[in-house]
Design a protein around this ligand. Structure first.
Ligand code: BG6
Length: 515
């Protein structure tokens, strides 16, 4: 992660790298899963953006590998059509009103397709004859192929780093489905690759607002002194989604909200907000600071977890069928589409400060945020304006998405003869300071792995320790087979989640309120 980052929001007309940021080294990017959704929707647009930013080297090749019959021309035609389609849809993850012809032809000239079974070592060996030097293999394939593909690459001799050239493998989520499977996967890929050759992606770390948490905490002096149990009452981490299971039943039925979101995305948010300052911004220092935090998480108690599943309802005016009535979902499915939990981080900074995490599908609003709720002043000198309640506590809200920024809520005197407080907000919003440019959130991740910067990637121990923290819950669910609590699609989640906080005399920050 270079100090001068690729700016998501400011860009010149020329493909010139932001000052201080060099183009990635010469290399070949081999994408396994060339026909997959991730490649089309995110990787190719991210490469386009990197080229626009001047961050790709001239000697760069992209080879799409998949099992389906196709040709370079056919693959390219599909990608070109898809890029064009993005220009028609301002709501698309990647939207640009116009594809820059020069940039696209530069990329097109470097794209090729190879039809190969990427678990077949002999086929890969033959393919390997056509590539040399630095290579990044990107496994944009379903998880069951991760270790077979790495093992085949190893047997084909393609992971060997010779003559100073690097060989790296990027692995997408889900990395295991519990502690044991994550350990097995790590041990199988580590039998082929060195840790520094492996780049385990958690795409939440590609989000500017997530990276900004470290900038905020460790690049300023006003936040960190109060980032502490002496001042903070509780921290709430929310990733609420309006999307339903959509067409992902095969994956989601076996996964559920906890495995899909908690030990990975929500724990990344937790790490950013709770880790100690690293000794430096070097990748290993950051990953070690994160690891220390993960090791301080007390394994979650099943009684501190609420699981929910959406029933029929209306999400933003759209009728939504119950999860159990969705195509591909078992009529008696007990897969959770929502999970809320209380976590304890046992260290000097956080002892006694509860972390409440929640995530769910088919909820009333799409919002990812971290709310840091501070303690009340030691004495209430001023009543609130409505007379009825004590003034609310100060809050710092890290707005991850769709609103991007930071909101600080504090009390101010309501104008008038009386000394009464109202809750007011000071807001930093990205568009007020930066020019918005297309960004799918994979630009930094791709650039960093081409450059060999692992700061934003998971180390083996990070992944295993995160799974270990939720393991008691997975085991308990497996043993007890309790049914999830139903919540209406389009609501803020099951009642049990409110009770989880009410038990501690607290409330969730509303997901529908104005931010
Ligand atoms: C993915 C999960 O990893 O993250 C999805 O599998 C989820 O279920 C998605 O919807 C959320 O990511 P984002 O970036 O859209 O908030």
């Amino acid at each position: 992660m270079p100090v001068a980052r690729i700016s998501t929001f400011a860009r010149t007309d020329q493909p010139v790298a932001p000052s201080g940021v060099k183009p990635a080294p010469d290399c070949t990017l081999v994408i396994f899963g060339a026909h997959g959704d991730l490649t089309k929707r995110l990787l190719i647009p991210a490469l386009y953006d990197l080229k626009v930013s001047g961050l790709l080297p001239d000697r760069f090749r992209i080879i799409g590998v998949d099992r389906a019959e196709d040709t370079t021309e056919g693959w390219l035609a599909g990608l070109t059509a898809m890029m064009e389609k993005f220009t028609q849809d301002p709501t698309a993850e990647f939207y640009t009103p116009k594809i820059d012809e020069t940039v696209w032809s530069w990329l097109s000239a470097r794209l090729s397709y190879a039809r190969i079974d990427f678990t077949d070592a002999a086929a890969l060996k033959e393919f390997g004859g056509a590539i040399d030097g630095n290579v990044v293999f990107y496994l944009a394939v379903p998880a069951r192929f991760f270790s077979p593909a790495v093992e085949a690459l190893g047997r084909a001799g393609l992971t060997e780093e010779k003559n100073g050239a690097f060989r790296r493998v990027v692995i997408e989520k889900p990395f295991g489905t519990d502690l044991q499977s994550a350990r097995e996967l790590n041990s199988r890929i580590l039998a082929v690759l060195k840790e520094e050759q492996i780049f385990r992606v958690d795409h939440f770390l590609g989000k500017e607002t997530v990276q900004n948490i470290l900038a905020m905490r460790f690049g300023n002096v006003i936040f960190e002194p109060i980032w502490h149990r002496d001042y903070i009452d509780n921290i709430q981490i929310t990733a609420a989604e309006t999307v339903t299971v959509e067409s992902r039943a095969a994956f989601y039925e076996a996964t559920g909200a906890l495995r899909d979101m908690v030990p990975n995305h929500l724990f990344q948010l937790l790490a950013m907000v709770a880790m100690e300052p690293p000794a430096s911004f070097a990748p290993e220092k950051v990953r070690t600071a994160k690891q220390t935090l993960f090791e301080s998480i007390v394994p979650v108690r099943p009684e501190d977890v609420v699981r929910g599943q959406y029933a029929a309802g209306t999400v933003r005016g759209r009728p939504v069928a119950a999860y159990r009535d969705s195509p591909g979902v078992a009529a008696d499915s007990d897969t959770e589409t929502y999970v809320a939990m209380k976590l304890e981080v046992r260290n000097w900074r956080w002892a006694g400060v509860p972390f409440y995490l929640r995530t769910g599908k088919a909820m009333s609003n799409r919002i990812a945020e971290i709310v840091i709720e501070f303690r009340l002043p030691p004495l209430t000198l001023f009543p609130s304006a409505d007379h009825a309640h004590a003034p609310p506590p100060n809050r710092v809200i890290l707005n991850v998405q769709p609103v991007q920024g930071v909101t600080i809520c504090f009390g101010a005197k309501k104008p008038g003869p009386e000394m009464r407080l109202v809750d007011v907000q000071s807001r930093f919003r990205y568009p007020d300071f930066f020019v918005r440019e297309p960004n799918v959130g994979y630009e930094t991740l791709l650039y960093d792995c081409l450059c060999g910067d692992a700061t934003l990637f998971q180390r083996a121990d990070n992944i295993e320790t995160a799974w270990a923290a939720v393991e008691p819950v997975l085991e308990n669910w497996q043993a007890e087979r309790t049914a999830p609590e139903l919540y209406d699609a389009g609501s803020a989640g099951p009642r049990g989640a409110d009770e989880l906080l009410a038990r501690d005399g607290r409330k969730w920050h509303p997901i529908d309120g104005e931010i």
